[in-house]
Design a protein around this ligand. Sequence first.
Ligand code: ADP
Ligand code: MG
Length: 460
Amino acid sequence: MSDTDAWGRICTDMKSTIGKEAYQSWIDPLALHKIEQGIAHFAAPTSFIGRWVDRNYGERIRSSFAREGYSVTRLDFSVSPAARKAATPAGQRSAPLNAPSAKTTAIAHAAEEELPGSPLDPRFTFDSFVVGKPNELAHAAARRVAEGGEVAFNPLVLYGGVGLGKTHLMHAIAWKLQQDNPGFRVLYLSAEQFMYRFVQALRFRDTISFKQMFRSVDVLMVDDVQFIAGKDSTQEEFFHTFNALIDQNKQVIISADRAPGEIDGMEDRIKSRLQWGLVADIHPTDYELRLGILQAKLDAQRAQHPNVTIDPKVIDFLAHRISSNVRVLEGALTRLYAFASLVGRHIDLDMTHECLTDLLRASERKVTIEEIMRKVAEYYHLRMNDLMSARRARVVARPRQVAMYLAKTLTSKSLPEIGRKFGGRDHTTVIHAVKRVEELKQTDSQIADDVELLRRMLEA
Ligand code: ADP
Ligand code: MG
């Protein structure tokens, strides 16, 4: 039994306990060199990763070694750009789809060695990003910035809710810039790490090199900047770094979970400076985008589970029913495939309900038919009674159909129930309305926008 075998088992175990994402970010990049006199020596691609692992997973790793029969009292990390390649015994690393080439990874890590950035996720590239109406602008802006060359807008601010692809786009920009411009200093980090770095610099009285380091990059990306709201000295430092880079015409890219102007606890001068460049928001996903993303993720799942089959209705159902958060959507698909391959079953709607009860309940919309009628009436300047009335004039009939369509797609009410609420109509009328609106959404952009706006207002 060798040290590396033991480490391999610990890795496998950690992957399931800390989750695949954390595993890939922190544990997978490590390579165990040797265990000697109670010290486990690792190579890590950056010293930051080493410190992070020690702080967050040190205890767990030591006790895992103890279970393997090794007495390890301390972990030691040396920086080695080759760590990633040597890492992971037994070839557990699966090649992700659309991953940048090994060459770019090496470049990224060579650059990371000096820069205290966060690791970039190899899956987050432009190739794997599905573009739709809700993220069109953010995507175009990200592409533009990733082209490099003349700085077109500075800063670029990407904002939007959780799980809508902000981090994905930022990593995609970083990969592309590094691929096209070896030697370019691209620094990507979360606002939390910016703060952590800054606090460390203060503690060790080393703010000069902190400042120099940040001011020496070609491109700075700070993810989830809302995190530093209310943290005064960090904000102050961020503001100066930010200004210094913009003054030097260096590209700055920022993400936040809401519009800069709406971040409570953020200094006004920062809010206003953030708005000097291009502010691009990522809207919640719509049905079409969710469908596109599911199709893309489906290919990956199929490659992994070639024996599992899926009913196309399930895809449609998920695109309708799972919330706008793409992470949840991906998680749902992954779970279905894992379950199906385990029990050797076809993925159908029954299994979906069975397997995703919790997700479906969480994203169950609490919207009522009354609310839908009220909003629709208000939107089209009608009275609620008009929607229940027998009037057939287009100005009333169309909004009524839109309301029925929304009732069908946003609530779990049955067709007869919906019919009853709309002045005791037959369920076939509801079916007709749903069909009609679906058709119109394809051909009439006004209707498509109306439906989308109403849906957003109702879900908000
Ligand atoms: P955010 O940073 O906005 O919270 P992330 O960028 O972390 O969201 O995205 C969450 C997950 O959803 C990631 O796995 C990401 O790859 C995926 N994702 C989000 N938007 C898209 C998209 N348009 N196409 C493909 N995958 C996406
Ligand atoms: Mg993010």
